[in-house]
Design a protein around this ligand. Sequence first.
Ligand code: ZN
Length: 321
Amino acid sequence: MGITRRSFGLAAASAALLPALPARAKEAPAGAQAPGIYRMKVGALEVTVLNDGSAALPTKYFSGDAEGAAKLLDNAFVASKDMAPTTFNEWLINTGDKLILVDTGYSNGAGPMAGKLPKALAAAGVNPADIDAVVITHIHPDHSNGLLTTDKQIAFPNATVHVNGDELAWWLEGDMKIPEGKPFFKDLFEGGRAAFKPYVDAKRVQTFKDGAELAPGVTAITAPGHTVGHTMVRVANGDGQLLIWTDIVHSTALQFPDPERSIAYDLEPPKAIATRKKVMDMAATDRLLIAGTHIGFPGVGHVAKASSGYAFVPVSWNANL
Ligand SMILES: [Zn+2]
């Protein structure tokens, strides 16, 4: 039988007529994904991408027309017309004498689709007590909830928590600033305040400013709009460089080809769009290696200019460090 569209159609049709597999398989299916860890070198530093989970976001959370969104999902071979796949990634930077965790995942704030960071850390051979510093890129639940364990205890007992000073002040100090038409910001405030409280009480929170060097070769870069102090982390050592751009993109399928689409969680959508376009242009022009929270695991790759907007070019699994 040659390879024709007809032969593939027939194969699919006859497979559907086959009897079900015997009830007792040789080995029961694993029924769960393996923990997500992906290691890479940035010069002499080692960066491990850790996966906290994956999910799909309704396209109505994004600005722009529904028809165009459905077309972009179809172009990306996404089966759904109205749900855009997303992912939750975090990073562990081993500088040689410090272990720095960038973001902490959802903990149990989003049900079974997330909260897998502790298992990923364990699979990477790291005890949470060994982490020296936690960098929170912005105070949203998918990034900061994991500061606490599922029973609301401090998850990283020996770590100092680092966060942009404007970001900390905006979320934690004074009244909750709930934007017009976005009542769900109340949950964001309450979640962020709860996650930080034990660390604030223990005087274990340190703030930084744009451009601060968090450790040799690890620099905080403010990329505002998504939140007031939304932070990217640049890791550079020797001739290696990685830009951890965190929430510049929430949907690869929608926002690479159309960077004008903002997400409802953006505090200032026009500023978030301007920041995304600026960072994507820089990444494409300078051929930067980038890593994103919400880009399919491991979410590391390059940004290519496309006929419309940009395309994400993921790295291949590299078995050799
Ligand atoms: Zn996020």
